[in-house]
Write a protein that binds this ligand. Structure first.
Ligand code: CA
Length: 524
């Protein structure tokens, strides 16, 4: 027969159970108070076209009220002013965000790759920690999403008009405009989620990716307005390595009249129109024709050539791009309003980013890929009530490889030591560690491919940027303080010999740190 416990045994057992109870209680409390995370994302959205960023277009964007919701998000949180991608392309940036790893390590280096969803990812860790996880919108990683309780994604690049979506149940065709439909799906999920658990919602838009198809409500937005031209719209590429002049992404030379600029037959062949036109309903076509048929007539009558034609193309491109941005901003606002309506503002971290930056006519270009500043930069805005002081402007250099460890730490965990990125949580809280990185590593692989941007690696520090086009063994060095538009490589300038040497050491150090592959043999 068991003996009754002695007083000492009783006290010891009681204390132990109190500790257990206390831990359980703390876990319950933690489950209720761990922040929700809403990751709002887009495709090819440049810093130049966000009113919260100090860029050449900031005044114009705000005068025309194109990003009021992103501006309000920024005002209530912080803006990272030196935020960069590791490989300026859609799929690779998304893979880096999920894994915290540079492209060579996560295996997704170019858009032809297939994401290995069996590797460690941030959403898997949050899911295992009790978060509800959802992926809605543009996924673009070929394989099915892993680590998400719910997914509702566009196949591949997806369509702007009447798109199909992929879910675990199969393909679903929806009538409407992709940006609005992605917003609808995010709101539906937010309203139907399990309210006893914290959540991660990744809401990823297709906009403003090429071919820049605006919604019916904005087809005439900015009509008659002149968008400011960049200083470098007619860049001659003198002063840089040969790849800058050998690309195929010039607005003047390579933009497609029908596909990109919506010029209509009879001025163009009807088979060069975007496939999106074939997806439209009759009502959608009527709304488009009302705006574009008169525009086509004006364009024909103007009979533009040379630089005048390039200027017309720039205006047409920018207006289509900004019309898509305006619809994107609308849907950012819808999610922010829903969080407020559900009383979630105080305990929800809201992040806005885009997979990389974009050229809005700078260097005469559209598209991305380069390590030059406009495409290297990523917007990054974070609202975290109680932790990020409203109106903060963050200067530390950060990269998309930092997002995974950051989100894991926000959720109360710690990412694997094998991850390349570093948690931004101390930066967000205003305590940047003394040993924060002073340089970033970059590697773009996809050549030959659309736009013919040569493969390159590089390193950027506070003041300098070294780029190596290894297949053709050419280098560039830019002094970002003296030449922020990157127009004059000083690689061969004897005054910069010591800087070149130091930057090469730093490039090699980063390549070793990240266990980067050796350079392939130079092409003939
Ligand atoms: Ca992109």
């Amino acid at each position: 027969m068991p003996q009754p416990p002695t007083r000492r045994e009783f006290l010891h057992a009681s204390a132990a159970s109190a500790i257990v109870l206390s831990r359980t209680f703390r876990n319950v409390m933690a489950a209720q108070t761990r922040p929700n995370i809403v990751f709002l994302f887009s495709d090819d959205h440049s810093l130049q076209t966000i009113g919260a960023y100090k860029t050449r277009l900031q005044t114009f964007i705000n005068e025309h009220d194109l990003t009021p919701n992103l501006n309000r998000l920024a005002a209530s949180g912080g803006v990272f002013e030196r935020s960069y991608c590791c490989n300026s392309l859609c799929g690779p940036s998304r893979a880096a965000i999920l894994t915290g790893l540079h492209s060579h390590a996560n295996g997704f280096v170019g858009n032809g790759d297939r994401f290995d969803g069996s590797q460690w990812t941030m959403p898997k860790t949050l899911q295992a920690a009790g978060y509800q996880t959802a992926m809605i919108g543009k996924w673009h990683l070929v394989s099915e999403p892993t680590g998400f309780d719910h997914w509702d994604i566009l196949p591949g690049q997806g369509s702007y008009y009447n798109p199909d979506f992929l879910t675990p149940e199969g393909r679903d065709h929806r009538e409407g405009y992709a940006t609005d439909l992605i917003g609808d799906a995010a709101l539906t999920w937010l309203r139907g989620r399990d309210t006893t658990k914290p959540f991660l919602l990744m809401c990823q838009h297709k906009a403003p990716h090429r071919a820049w198809m605006p919604p019916e409500r904005y087809v005439s937005l900015l009509e008659g307005v002149t968008v400011p031209e960049p200083d470098t719209l007619f860049d001659d590429y003198v002063g840089r390595a040969t790849p800058a002049s050998e690309q195929e992404m010039e607005i003047g030379e390579h933009m497609r009249m029908a596909y990109d600029l919506k010029v209509r037959p009879p001025l163009v062949d009807s088979d060069t129109l975007p496939g999106e036109f074939g997806r439209m309903t009759e009502a959608q076509k009527i709304a488009w024709d009302a705006a574009y048929v008169p525009r086509n007539t004006q364009f024909e009558q103007a009979a533009l050539t040379g630089r005048d034609l390039t200027r017309w193309k720039y205006q047409a491109y920018m207006k289509e791009y900004l019309r898509c941005v305006k619809a994107l901003d609308d849907n950012i606002g819808r999610v922010l309003d829903e969080l407020t309506a559900q009383g979630l503002d105080d305990n929800t971290v809201v992040i806005y980013s885009s997979d990389q930056g974009f050229y809005n006519g700078e260097h005469g270009w559209f598209d991305k890929r380069w390590m030059y500043e406009e495409s290297l930069s990523m917007p990054l805005i974070v609202r975290w009530p109680g932790e990020v002081a409203p109106g903060s402007r963050f200067q530390p250099m950060v990269q998309n490889i930092d997002y995974a460890p950051t989100l894991v730490e926000i959720a109360g965990g710690r990412a694997s030591a094998l991850v390349h990125g570093r948690s931004l949580v101390p930066v967000l809280k205003g305590h940047t560690p003394d040993d924060w990185r002073t340089s970033i590593y970059y590697h773009y692989y996809e050549f030959p491919a659309d736009h013919r941007v040569q493969a390159h690696v590089g390193v950027r520090t506070d003041q300098h940027k070294l780029i190596y086009y290894y297949p053709v063994d050419e280098w560039e060095l830019f002094d970002m303080a003296k030449d922020p538009q990157e127009l004059h490589s000083v690689y061969a300038d004897p005054a910069y010999a010591a800087v070149v040497a130091d930057m090469k050491v730093e490039l090699d150090r980063l390549r070793a740190q990240y266990r980067e592959r050796p350079y392939p043999p130079a092409s003939a």
